[in-house]
Design a protein around this ligand. Structure first.
Ligand code: GLC
Length: 745
């Protein structure tokens, strides 16, 4: 099987971009502060407030390109009443706006342009949940690097990404935008994306924005924008770690979230925005609101009107107002009424100007507005290849009964069926920015290209993604009957996950399952290729279809990646970053749950379980098969006890016992058996993705220290506590070997 092992590929791609993968350059804060103060000293109050005002370019929300600069915006820029635009796209159009700022405004303060570059600017990469399934932070960094290169070439300075919200409820459509249910994996992926976007702040890098701060993914019932009511301990131990990791990786901006936490909307929550973010964590950047999240505090019932909202948000530590217009309308009045202190205004303006300085915009305001860079750096072969490699590694093989996969390259006739088979729109996923359907290789196109007329490819849509019509079934069955194998492409549309796309059901939409039954009844070998933005309850499909490949929304190169994996040019290596439930009713179900006083026991009615469902999920966190098999043995600890200043070495032998070379994500979990507060039954504390040739065995080692065992204890201090621990190592969060050790004083 020819393929580029993940780590070799990423090393190649990383080293080939060596100058782009440097960390943030040393920022001479003192020098910048002096330059910032020299500008601040010249500014009127109006101009200061202008820097805290961000508006969307063009018509309303959403990326708008090729719109001549509306007169009202030009005037706002001339008067210094706006410091940033979002959704202004293109070297030319951002250049137009920058020109007005530099040539027609009094102080010639450059604008900063923000955009939602979430998983690609024009070349789309797998949606972040899929990218997390690679369990390769280096690939997330690579992907972010290329996203930044394309966006920066189109005049963009700042992305509202990475989204680092932990999500335990797949009904929530925005689970697609994050890295799933685990704080450790989410932290590594979030930090990697920050590094990839910001790099060494060259003119091919963009400022990152950790969002949505905080706990947006904990919305009750998975209903977007809904109430969040979690303990401070859960906030700190589950939802905040990826934000802290993003900050430690150098994230220069944060975005406040729409939701409340325990009655206080995040956009007016001083405990979050100041006490934790600045006092505890030392954040130097600035915080932008989410779209009108300041204004939405009125609907929350936290303030009576926009003026109070502006006062509350600003005094809570929210620096820049995205689209509520509350700051531009009321801050001057609030200062006059002494409800807002001009010193606080100066602090926020300093933070915004500082970012413009570190981006080099004062030295060269047009460094991002060079048209020729668009043609050179956008959707070129290098970016597309990177997208292809990430896509292949994001796929998770859920089933492969009888080794149906990889398919033989000698198949005479292949039927490609289903509502997602020929789709060029859906593989881009939501938040696809400038990603266009015409640039996508559909599964049908990819398979046709791969087989290169050696096999006859038949196609039938069969049914719509959603809807009740079964009119297409008969044609699909006819095509299936003529084939030696069937690739059945099922799942969700791109508009069923992402913002404001919460689903009350996790089942396959429409009549897709019925189509699958008809296709299955032909008796031909069937492979289901899933395209979806969230874990799904696969029901009959999982019980009956022999091979299932989870591909999420894999972006521009979807078809090429699917063909490469189905025919075995790449052996799938992805692992689930989020649990797949058996039914919607089983949600929330996640691996790092508490034991409870009555842990579920099928043999005892009076324990924590559903009587109409097995205890376990359909597929656990960290699950993913390979075309080969791996055996785990000899889990060993180099000591049975460690003190707080010692480390523990964990080793486990992993052997490739199958017929193919393959990569395996070896996972390490820990359980704190007794704590001053209840502790999860498992917590991911390490993983290594290794390549094993057929028959090869490796010993994989991990090092644990007491730092890895810390949590927010009963006294709210973040610390480890002495006592007994279990260590687990294995191929997913459920299938593990275990050992014990003690942490002593
Ligand atoms: C949206 C989203 C946020 C995005 C912002 C700007 O409502 O919540 O993730 O960055 O508005 O588009």
């Amino acid at each position: 099987m020819k393929y580029i092992p993940a780590f070799i590929l990423s090393l190649f791609l990383l080293t080939s971009l060596s100058n782009s993968y440097a960390q943030l350059p040393h920022i001479n804060e003192k020098q910048i502060a002096a330059r910032v103060d020299s500008v601040l000293a010249l500014m009127t109050l109006d101009e200061k407030i202008g820097q805290l005002n961000q508006i969307s370019y063009g018509i309303g929300w959403g990326p708008t390109v090729k719109v001549a600069v509306p007169g009202e915006y030009a005037q706002m820029v001339r008067e210094g009443k706006v410091g940033s635009f979002l959704n202004a796209i293109g070297a030319e159009y951002t250049g137009e706006l920058q020109k007005i700022a530099l040539k027609e405004s009094r102080l010639k303060i450059p604008l900063i342009f923000g955009l939602d570059v979430i998983h690609g600017f024009k070349t789309t990469f797998p949606v972040p949940l899929g990218e997390a399934a690679t369990w390769q932070p280096e690939l997330a960094e690579l992907s972010a690097h290329y996203q930044a290169m394309e966006a920066a070439s189109a005049g963009i300075h700042w992305t509202f990404s990475p989204m680092v919200d932990i999500a335990r409820d797949p009904r929530w459509g925005r689970i697609m935008e994050g890295s799933g249910e685990d704080p450790y994996l989410g932290s590594l992926m979030g930090a990697a994306r920050v590094r990839g976007y910001q790099g060494n702040l060259s003119d091919l890098n963009i400022i990152a924005c950790a969002k949505h701060y905080a706990a947006y993914g904990a919305a009750e019932a998975g209903r977007d924008y809904n109430t969040v009511d979690i303990s401070e301990r859960t906030l700190r131990d589950i939802y905040l770690p990826p934000f802290k990791a993003a900050l430690d990786a150098g994230a220069q901006t944060f975005m406040a979230s729409f939701n409340e936490i325990g009655g206080i909307p995040s956009s007016g929550n001083r405990f979050l925005l100041n006490d934790i973010l600045r006092d505890e964590w030392g954040f130097k950047g600035f915080v932008v609101s989410d779209w009108n999240s300041i204004g939405e505090m009125i609907a929350h019932g936290n303030v009576p009107d926009l003026k109070h909202a502006a006062e509350l948000s600003f005094n809570a530590g929210l620096d820049m107002d995205m689209e509520s217009r509350g700051y531009s309308e009321f801050l001057e009045e609030l200062i006059k009424e002494k409800k807002v202190d001009i010193k606080t205004i100066d602090e926020s303006v300093r933070r915004v100007l500082r970012i413009k300085f570190i981006l080099g915009l004062f030295d060269d305001p047009f460094r991002y507005c060079k048209k020729e860079r668009e043609d050179k750096n956008i959707m070129n072969a290098e970016v597309k290849n990177a997208s292809l490699e990430v896509a292949k590694r994001s796929f998770v093989l859920l089933k492969n009964d009888g080794g149906l996969l990889p398919l033989s390259k000698d198949l005479k006739t292949i039927a490609v069926i289903g509502p997602l088979a020929a789709s060029k729109e859906d593989p881009n996923g939501e938040w696809a920015c400038q990603g266009a359907a015409e640039d996508v290789t559909s599964v049908l196109e990819g398979l046709t290209k791969f087989t290169n007329e050696k096999s006859k490819i038949l196609y039938s849509k069969g049914c719509e993604i959603d809807g009740v019509s079964k009119e297409g079934f008969s044609e699909a069955v006819e095509k299936a009957k003529q084939a030696d194998a069937i690739i059945l492409c099922l799942g969700e549309s791109r508009n069923m996950s992402g913002e404001a796309y919460s689903r009350s059901s996790l089942d396959l939409p429409g009549v897709q399952e019925e189509l699958a039954k008809k296709i299955f009844d032909t008796g031909k070998p069937v492979v289901v290729v899933l395209m979806n933005g969230r874990p799904l309850s696969l029901g009959w499909i999982d019980e009956n279809i022999p091979a299932i490949l989870e591909t999420w929304f894999a972006g521009t190169m979807t078809g090429d990646a699917v063909a490469s994996v189905l025919f075995g040019d790449y052996n799938p290596s992805g692992k689930l970053p989020a649990t797949f439930p058996r039914t919607t009713g089983q949600v929330p179900v996640y691996y790092n749950h508490k034991n409870t006083g009555r842990p579920g026991n099928p043999g005892n009615r009076y324990t924590s379980k559903y009587f109409d469902l097995p205890l376990t999920p359909l597929y656990p966190f960290g699950y993913g098969l390979s075309y080969t098999t791996f055996a785990y043995n000899d889990l060993k600890l180099d000591s049975e006890k460690i003190t707080k200043d010692q480390s523990l070495t964990v080793s486990v032998k992993v052997k490739n016992t199958g017929r193919y070379d393959g990569e395996e994500v070896v996972q390490l979990y820990v359980q704190d058996l007794v704590g001053s507060v209840t502790r999860p039954v498992k917590e991911l504390k390490g993983f290594q993705k290794i390549l094993l040739k057929r028959g090869e065995e490796k010993t994989v080692t991990f090092t644990l220290t007491e730092k890895d065992l810390r949590f927010t204890a009963a006294d709210m201090k973040f610390k480890s506590e002495p006592g007994m621990f279990k260590v687990y190592a294995g191929t997913n969060s459920a299938d593990v070997k275990e050992a014990k050790f003690e942490l002593t004083e």
